[in-house]
Design a protein around this ligand. Structure first.
Ligand SMILES: [Zn+2]
Length: 431
């Protein structure tokens, strides 16, 4: 017997990150489906945080200012960062504020990982580090903390420079966006460690890891990005002898293009141009910002916290005999009544977090979805195509497809598209 526990999104979970979305959302900091190309290997982010924009805001600069005022008892000996434009800018801002506070110009260096060949002569950075002692202090900066890979590399390679750097390190990032708060806590613990310097029993001051902003967000690349998945399905499932309707052909073109052209702030969801756009009427529990990409990020982040924050029962994959499933009534009927939030739930939740084990509850879920499609209000029925598409990703029962009449699809201006989604589902198996 499977024990099914309905999971609801509670306000105190969402409130943990809300002010970050409220402030940075309207400033265009949160985008989706973006390939970042200034690394050696391009990296795709389902949710992209534009740290270049974030660093320029007043809120960020004030936080940096107070960090410099409260954390530093003396000027550090150098600042080091990875050298991409956003890190270089952060390094310059920090150096400027340290100069204002201590009247000293702090040398700034850039290196991607601090790995040097055996012969370190001829490099200014290893020479500078080798001159420092256990009483010195350096700052290592980066624009974002995702998993901490780069900071761990820096920390490790510092041991091999000269006779090994033994001074204190302050790690500082503009924003930490770990997949869970426990990953962040663990990073602070690991990077904070400094070996005892001598046998006198005195522990040295720990290293520090600080972030000016923190949000919990899923770290999704190509394989988990909802828009990469959509583009992949549009490419893979081509019903035989049927040309895709213009909406889907355009959609595939848009998704391919925007991934490389800076990501997407809107047009996140499937909706015919003739219908009311899928947007937020006002703010939401998740964020006061109305932009689709911020709303999506805040929902995805909220669900990620539900999966990872310490609690009695967490949202997540079925672990027999326990199944934790999002309470369908909340996102399809009573609580989240904006199409944009509903669409975000479908895109951000995994299918096993939406599907009930109990067939009767799945029937009820189908009825809720059907009611939305048949609703008279254009603010509600504009979700129709997105709901039909959810069946392709197995996030709603395929039974929904046969419940929507051709007349209704025609009224909604999605007759061709609905038929195409049915064909895709048929090509995958019986409806
Ligand atoms: Zn993507």
């Amino acid at each position: 017997m499977v024990s099914e526990v309905p999971i609801t999104v509670r306000k105190h979970i969402v409130d943990l990150d809300k002010d970050v979305y409220d402030y940075y959302g309207p400033r265009g900091v949160f985008l989706v489906h973006r390939t970042q190309q200034d690394h050696r290997i391009p990296r795709h982010h389902a949710i992209y945080v534009d740290t270049g924009k974030l660093i320029e805001t007043e809120r960020f600069q004030q936080k940096l200012q107070s960090y410099v005022e409260t954390e530093f008892a003396r000027a550090p000996d150098l600042i080091l960062g990875p050298g991409h434009p956003r890190a270089t800018r952060l390094s310059a801002l920090l150096a400027e504020r340290l100069h204002a506070r201590f009247g000293r110009t702090i040398p700034q260096f850039s290196h991607s990982n601090l790995f040097f060949e055996a012969d370190q002569s001829g490099h200014e950075l290893p020479a500078s580090l080798a001159r420092l002692t256990e009483n010195n202090e350096i700052v290592i900066i980066d624009d974002a903390f995702v998993t901490g890979t780069r900071l761990y590399q820096y920390s490790q390679h510092l041991r091999y420079i000269g006779n090994g750097y033994r001074g204190r390190v302050r790690f500082l990032v503009a924003i930490a966006r770990p997949s869970s708060m426990s990953e962040w806590t663990e990073a602070r613990r690991l990077l904070g460690y400094r070996p005892r310097l001598s046998n006198d029993g005195v522990s040295p001051e720990r290293n520090t890891l600080d972030a000016m902003e923190i949000v919990v967000l899923p770290n999704w690349g190509y394989t988990e990005c909802p828009w990469c998945i959509e583009a992949g399905k549009l490419k893979t499932y081509k019903p035989e002898g049927v040309e895709p309707p213009a909406l889907f052909a355009d959609r595939q073109e848009l998704l391919d293009r925007q991934s490389l052209a800076g990501g997407m702030g809107d047009q996140l969801f499937l909706s015919p141009g003739s219908r009311l756009p899928i947007h937020l009427a006002g703010g939401s529990l998740f964020t006061a910002d109305k932009s689709p990409s911020t709303a999506f990020a805040s929902v995805a982040g909220g669900l990620k916290r539900l999966r990872t924050d310490p609690d009695e029962v967490r949202l997540g994959p079925h672990r027999y005999p326990l199944a934790t499933v999002l309470e369908s009534k909340e996102y399809l009927k009573t609580v989240y009544t904006d199409s944009l939030l509903r669409a975000s739930f479908f895109r951000a939740a995994h299918k096993e977090e939406l599907q009930y084990h109990d067939p009767d509850k799945e029937k009820q879920r189908t009825i809720y979805a059907e009611e939305l499609i048949n609703d008279e209000s254009g603010q509600i029925n504009n979700l129709a195509l997105e709901l039909l598409w959810a069946t392709v990703e197995e996030k709603l029962p395929t039974a929904l497809l046969s419940k929507i009449s051709d007349e209704r699809s025609t009224e909604l201006g999605i007759a061709e598209e609905a038929q195409y989604v049915k064909n895709i589902s048929r090509s995958r198996g019986p409806i």
